[in-house]
Design a protein around this ligand. Structure first.
Ligand code: COA
Length: 258
């Protein structure tokens, strides 16, 4: 199958899924989200595929976030629908996939990009990677599960520092906090992911899918609906209009708290 914004290669039971919009730092627009859903569904249904490695095209970014240009004029209702639909077809979908998905973070993983990596079953990053949830700098909050999966992974205090500062961390800090499992030179990133995948493919696909299901069952779901609603509410604020306009106009935002 051909995709507009994705590349898919399958070799030795391992699928390499590359998000391919390098000129926009692989930002997740609506079409890319929908294609990712289709591609992941097809790969999961393909018995030949036992592990999926997800990465970004180019050397600069994994994914620099949700496409700000696309949602800056959304209403509260549209904002809420954006988060709910995205979580359903992509972020929750990946987390629940029976085929393991490894995020190969090869550069910026920001906002929806970090949330995408957080939805994957585990993460490996190259030494140039920078990770963060800068949504509050746009007057919004993470809406694709970031307020839930980041604290699950690195603890509440560390997650809140990252979310509230809107800052970025490098690979060493990410490694220390458990956000990524391994850090390597950029040219070693895909080879390392393939070598880990090589160990997984020898094991029972059925048992692997069941293990993922059992691990997921240990984490609560309540906060996700709170996040979706709160994300939508941000779209009605002056701060949101100011934050997204400032990004698109390439200037610093002036927030008033309204
Ligand atoms: N949505 C839409 N477009 C994006 C984007 C996003 N999340 N992130 C990057 N882009 C676009 C830029 O607008 C620019 O497009 P242009 O060349 O048509 O102007 C292109 O990708 C390259 O980005 P640029 O900002 O010029 O690169 P940089 O090296 O100066 O900065 C970043 C890199 C990642 C620091 C910066 O792009 C950034 O802050 N992106 C937004 C991150 C963010 O807030 N994500 C959360 C969204 S919820």
């Amino acid at each position: 199958m051909e995709y507009q914004n994705l590349l898919v290669e399958i070799e030795n039971h391992i699928a390499l899924l590359t998000i391919n919009r390098p000129e926009k730092l692989n930002a997740l627009n609506r079409e890319t989200i929908s294609e990712l859903h289709q591609a992941l569904k097809a790969l999961n249904e393909d018995d030949e595929v036992r592990v999926i490695i997800m990465t970004g095209a180019g050397t600069k970014a994994f994914v620099a976030g949700a496409d700000i240009a696309e949602f800056s004029s959304f209403s509260m209702k549209e904002g809420e629908q954006l988060a709910a639909r995205g979580q359903e077809i992509l972020f929750d979908f990946i987390e629940r996939l029976g085929t393991p998905v490894i995020a190969a973070i090869n550069g910026f993983a920001l906002g929806g990009g970090l949330e995408l990596a957080l939805s994957c079953h585990f993460r490996v990053a190259s030494d140039n990677a920078r990770m963060g949830l800068p949504e509050v700098s746009l007057g919004v909050i993470p809406g694709y599960g970031g307020t839930q999966r980041l604290p699950q992974l690195i603890g509440k205090g560390r997650a809140l520092e990252l979310i509230l500062t809107g800052g970025m961390i490098g690979v060493e800090q990410a490694h220390m906090s458990g956000l990524i499992n391994h850090m390597v030179a950029q040219e070693e990133l895909i080879p390392l992911c393939k070598s880990i995948a090589g160990k997984i493919i020898n094991n029972s696909p059925r048992a692997i899918a069941t293990a993922i299901k059992a691990v997921n069952a240990g984490f609560g779901r309540h906060g996700f609906s709170t996040e979706i609603k709160a994300f939508g509410e941000c779209f009605g604020s002056k701060d949101f209009k100011e934050g997204t306009s400032a990004f698109l106009e390439k200037r610093k935002a002036k927030f008033t708290g309204n």
